[in-house]
Ligand binder design. Sequence first.
Ligand SMILES: Nc1nc2c(c(=O)[nH]1)N=C([C@H](O)[C@@H](O)CO)CN2
Length: 116
Amino acid sequence: MDKVYISQLHVETIIGVYDFEKESKQSLYFDVEMLTDIREAAKTDDIQLAVDYAKVSERIEQVCQQVTVELLETLIEMLAAMILSEFSVAQVTLRVSKPQAVAKASTVGVEITRSR
Ligand SMILES: Nc1nc2c(c(=O)[nH]1)N=C([C@H](O)[C@@H](O)CO)CN2
């Protein structure tokens, strides 16, 4: 299967378990890999038949602004469900990194793979 991907999409949002995290936005970075057959889009040169990475990026940003959750796990499951339901994707792998979370680590995060 072919892959459409997004690397290091930066979103600022309220997320976290602790009270101080509910007061100001933090940076999250998303890597997204979407398995899809690109041949029809390539044959027709038609964006309507492609998984539009710009639209996926926009929707990820929107969902992050619409919901307020504590765990990265909760957010990433919501995003995987959104991508599978709104885009023509057989499988999605999503990784979210939260670089400000642990001072002694360059970054931390969660990665999941979900299929239709
Ligand atoms: N597996 C997870 N561990 C932790 C999370 C999380 O979302 N998933 N979140 C936190 C805090 O919000 C942290 O980011 C602040 O230090 C801790 N562990």
